[in-house]
Design a protein around this ligand. Structure first.
Ligand code: AP5
Ligand code: MG
Length: 190
């Protein structure tokens, strides 16, 4: 089973993916985390993308496309992927479909976490004290939210048309959201 989870910054994509991978033996593919690792390791790619991420903009479709192909093509992860934070625009959504087709796979369900800007600001400022993410100031959190809003509508329509979209209230507790997502996956497994 391959799952896409998306939503604005601080929606709980990473939190929920973490719980789901353990429960269902899946593999989390967070493009944000992969990109932050490149920056931390100070690779050529990391140097190139560092300022883009700090400003709350999207990294190029080619760069993230290469990162995800690396995982999709790996047989160990075949039909076990949860895409956290990919796709973020229509080009990426179409590219993901074509890549999965190339490796004889598909998306089984798309989870959209809905959270208000007020909640996002609160969560991100709380996280800022724990993790030192370069993009976790209030100003950049708002910018990331705007970037999300400006790109995501065609993605939502894309997955609505293919009947894969499940909308989830991301404002409740971590446990409640996990329970809802687990139920969706359990029902799909039959
Ligand atoms: P990315 O790392 O994906 O960041 P994001 O989308 O801004 O989302 P976050 O990771 O901040 O939030 P989350 O939804 O994972 O929430 P979390 O579970 O941590 O991307 C970073 C950057 O990389 C992008 O801005 C872009 O530059 C680049 N990038 C990434 N993917 C890309 C792509 N496909 N194309 C181009 N560029 C790309 O939760 C947040 C906090 O809230 C945590 O502290 C958590 O404990 C808490 N929390 C979670 N759920 C709850 C709850 N229900 N109740 C209370 N607290 C909660
Ligand atoms: Mg995350």
């Amino acid at each position: 089973m391959n799952i896409v989870i998306f939503g604005p910054p601080g929606a709980g994509k990473g939190t929920q993916s973490n719980l789901i991978v353990k429960k269902f033996n899946l593999h989390q593919l967070s493009t944000g985390e992969l990109l932050r690792k490149e920056i931390k390791d100070n690779t050529f790619l990391g140097q190139k993308i560092s300022s883009i991420i700090s400003k709350g903009n999207l990294v190029s479709d080619d760069i993230v496309g290469n990162l995800i192909e690396h995982h999709i093509s790996n047989k160990i992860y075949k039909n076990r992927l949860i895409f956290d934070g990919y796709p973020r625009n229509l080009i990426q959504a179409e590219y993901l479909n074509s890549l999965l087709k190339k490796y004889d796979q598909k998306i089984n369900v798309v989870l959209k976490l809905n959270v208000s800007l007020e909640t996002i600001k609160k969560r991100i400022l709380e996280r800022k004290t724990l993790e030192k993410r370069s993009d976790d100031s209030e100003k950049i959190a708002i910018k990331r939210y705007e970037t999300y809003e400006n790109n995501i509508k065609p993605v939502i329509n894309f997955y609505k048309q293919s009947n894969l979209l499940k909308v989830i209230n991301g404002e409740t507790t971590i446990a409640e959201i996990n329970h809802e997502i687990s139920g969706i996956i359990d029902r799909m497994k039959g």
